[in-house]
Design a protein around this ligand. Structure first.
Ligand code: ADP
Ligand code: MG
Length: 733
């Protein structure tokens, strides 16, 4: 593995899943995908084409047909990448393809079945087995994070508050590239722990059923593993290498019409398609090699994959295909995409001693704790020696940790016994004054307390030290490797075979290209007739090639039209939504409020989002703060001159401020006896309105705070009310 900046192209492999039950029941059309594993070729048949139309052939680094095993793909195409990550490179594997073609199956697979475990669980095994088999002078720190991009928002899948959590921000740093701020990262010490992290994240992932896949992933998921390894270099100092692995399961590149989605799902699909088309544009720009601008910033996905595409990472792309004739167009698009990705060049390099290596921080912290602990133990030990009356000569370093701990424990025990003995002596001393006795006993008690506190502090420090240390994995020590020699040999042989078959394929592909070139050179013609024949043959061949290319152009055009139609559909959908939002704004939000909001909005290009400016900028708080209007001084709200005069004139209810402290309480309970009973009362008796209890018990109006008992009769409303009351008995009669 070289450390220079030589470039390396993205490795592209293609996998085709078997026909599923639904596709089999659709008819005997069979698979449209044929694979030549030896040559690494995919041959695609167009189900709508005539027999004369040539089939399309694509060549890749490796191809895996319906019978391929998870293990084959891993050993041949993924293992070398993980080895590079363990050596300190950045690595990315991403699965791309239409929904339901096996992206999640390839990346994750079926956990429980060892035969069907996908790339991610196999990578866990690989990493921890590597650590267990490495030399004991190496220290490792393994961390895992899990995130998803859902509706163009980055979400932390390990955050317990995942559903309600705020979207995370992307940041860029010259050393480590693009990273996610505040992303949870868990230190993992074993396969079991990292699997647990994966399970927690999987449960939080957004999935939804579409017509094409019952458990379709509605988001792009990224599982990130950071492996830091510290190893003594030739200069005797410890050097740290950091390998970052991105395991990406993309959401499906589906056609909206085919998946039968609507509403929220359609919005999801639009976002997914948008980010995938951004990915496509990035791949095209990189593969082209001529365009100076690579649109990484068009989507969150492309920004996160910036290092993996055209950056400093080693990248493997697994393009997944379905064999069904129904999805010919999508299969062709996926193959074109993959074919383009082959041309991307990366410049992988080892991350040696980066500034942000967490392992370094851990090592420093552990060293600091150890020094502290050492110092404490040394002090206790020295005291013990003094108690024993021996001379202190030894060096603490000469003793092992276990011996030291024992010595300290012994010292504490002896010290406690001594203090206890002294206390007993003081108690039994008959010549000492009671006061003196009390004072000495108190002193001893305090010494005992100090001793215990000291011991507790040491214990806490030890626990912290051990916890920190346990997070680091030491080569060949922390993890037991239960595989026996025979199994190890078997594994090694399998890797060798995988390597051999891939290099064989490479040679075959090269030979194929060379054959075509050299066949012309070898041709010698003995007669004119022969030459004509040969040239005619060649012409025919070239003509066929021309036809192929013409068909290809037509295909690309069709594809372009289709994707434009889809974009138009998305645009229509978005325009409709925009109109809906406008309608609400125009009709339900007052224009001045709208203007206020508009003037506060600011576009953050870094985050690609509109943001609110703070209401009052902190620095100009005093100058910006709105003045209280002159008419409101001393009042709750602006108030007219007339009202002020009215208030000054007397306690007129209308102008009184609504302060409930001024309200008189209505002490009489409301009486709601039946109206009929008022018929018994004398017709000319007007009901009392002053709140005093009436004998008849008719409906009584309770006195409001605004009614002073004497002024009531003058109020017109009360007059009509009184009239109403007097009228009641009339109607009842
Ligand atoms: P995607 O993630 O691309 O939407 P999935 O991985 O969920 O698709 O696969 C859809 C279905 O196809 C699953 O039921 C899965 O088990 C099955 N499948 C996919 N690839 C294979 C394969 N290579 N062998 C067997 N079954 C597969
Ligand atoms: Mg999936």
């Amino acid at each position: 593995m070289s450390k220079n900046k030589s470039s390396e192209s993205v490795k592209v492999v293609v996998r085709c899943r078997p026909l599923n039950r639904r596709e089999e029941s659709n008819g005997p059309a069979g698979s449209i995908v044929k694979m030549d594993i030896r040559l690494g070729q995919v041959i695609l048949r167009n189900p709508r084409a005539t027999a004369s139309e040539p089939q399309k052939t694509f060549t890749f680094d490796a191809v895996y047909d319906a019978n391929s095993k998870q293990r084959d793909l891993y050993d041949e195409s993924v293992r070398p990448l993980i080895d590079s990550v363990l050596a300190g490179f950045n690595g990315t594997i991403f699965a791309y393809g239409q929904t339901g073609t096996g992206k999640t199956y390839t990346m994750m697979g079926a956990w429980m079945d060892p035969e069907k475990r996908g790339v991610i669980p196999n990578a866990f095994d690989h990493i921890f087995t590597h650590i267990s088999r490495s030399q004991s002078d190496r220290q490792y720190l393994v961390r895992a994070s899990y995130l998803e991009i859902y509706l163009e928002e980055v979400r932390d899948l390990l955050d317990p508050n995942h559903g309600n959590a705020r979207a995370l921000e992307l940041r860029e740093n010259p050393d480590s590239g693009v990273y996610v701020r505040d992303l949870t990262s868990c230190v993992c010490k074993s396969i079991k722990e990292i699997e647990e992290v994966m399970n927690v994240g999987n449960q939080a992932r957004a999935v939804g059923a579409t017509d094409m896949n019952e458990h379709s992933s509605r988001s792009h998921a990224l599982f990130l593993i950071t492996v830091e390894c510290s190893q003594p270099g030739p200069d005797g100092r410890k050097h740290i290498r950091v390998g970052r692995l991105n395991l990406v399961d993309l959401a499906g590149s589906e056609r909206q019409a085919k998946t039968g989605v609507q509403g929220e799902r359609l919005k999801e699909a639009a976002k997914i398609n948008l980010s995938l088309s951004a990915l496509g544009n990035v791949i095209s720009a990189l593969a082209d090699g001529r365009s100076s601008h690579v649109p990484y910033r068009d989507s969150k996905l492309t920004r996160l994959l910036q290092d993996s595409l055209g950056g400093n990472a080693k990248t493997v792309m697994v393009a997944t295909l379905g064999p069904s004739p129904q999805h010919y167009d999508e299969t062709l698009t996926t193959l074109r995409y993959a074919n383009r990705a082959k041309n991307i060049q990366n410049q992988p390099r080892v991350n040696e001693d980066p500034k942000d290596a967490l392992l370094r921080e851990f090592q420093l912290e552990i060293a600091r704790l150890r020094a502290q602990l050492h110092h404490r133990k040394w002090r206790s030990k020295q005291k013990k020696e003094q108690v024993d009356g021996e001379d202190w000569e030894g060096d603490v370093d000469e003793e092992t940790d276990g011996e030291e701990e024992k010595a300290v424990e012994e010292y504490v025990k002896l010290e406690e016994q001594r203090l206890e003995r002294e206390k007993q002596d003081i108690r039994e001393d008959q010549f000492m004054l009671a006061d003196e006795k009390q004072r000495l006993l108190g002193e001893k008690e305090r010494m005992m307390g100090d001793l215990r506190k000291e011991q507790e502090a040491t214990e806490q420090l030890t626990a912290k030290y051990k916890a920190m240390e346990s997070k680091l994995l030491v080569g060949g020590k922390n993890i037991m490797d239960h595989t026996n020699e025979q199994q190890k040999m078997l594994e090694m042989k399998r890797h060798e075979i995988a390597e051999q078959s891939s290099s064989e394929r490479e040679i075959q592909q090269q030979m194929l290209v060379q054959d075509e070139e050299t066949v012309e050179l070898r041709e010698t013609f003995t007669s004119l007739q022969q030459e004509v024949e040969a040239k005619t043959k060649k012409l025919k061949k070239l003509y066929a090639k021309l036809q192929c290319i013409k068909a290809e152009i037509q295909d690309v055009n069709d594809e372009h039209v289709r994707s434009r139609q889809e974009l138009e559909q998305t645009q229509n959908e978005l325009t409709r939504e925009l109109k809906f939002k406008y309608l609400i704004i125009e009709n339900f939000i007052p224009p001045e409020e709208k203007n206020k909001i508009m003037s506060r909005l600011n576009f953050d290009t870094e985050e690609d989002q509109w943001k609110f400016q703070p209401l009052v900028p902190a620095e100009s708080k005093s100058s910006q703060m709105k003045k209280r209007p002159a008419s409101a001084v001393g009042y709750k709200r602006p108030i007219s001159q007339y009202a002020r005069v009215a208030i000054a004139m007397g306690p007129h209810s209308r102008y009184r401020a609504e302060n409930i402290m001024f309200l008189e309480l209505d002490m009489t309970p409301p009486n709601t006896a039946s109206l009929d009973r008022s018929t018994d009362s004398e017709p000319n008796q007007s009901p009392s309105l002053d709140g005093s209890p009436t004998k008849e018990g008719g409906v009584r109006k309770s006195r409001s705070w605004c009614q002073t008992p004497k002024s009531i009769t003058s109020s017109s409303s009360n007059v009509s009310l009184a009239a109403c009351h007097t009228a009641t008995p009339m109607t009842a009669q």
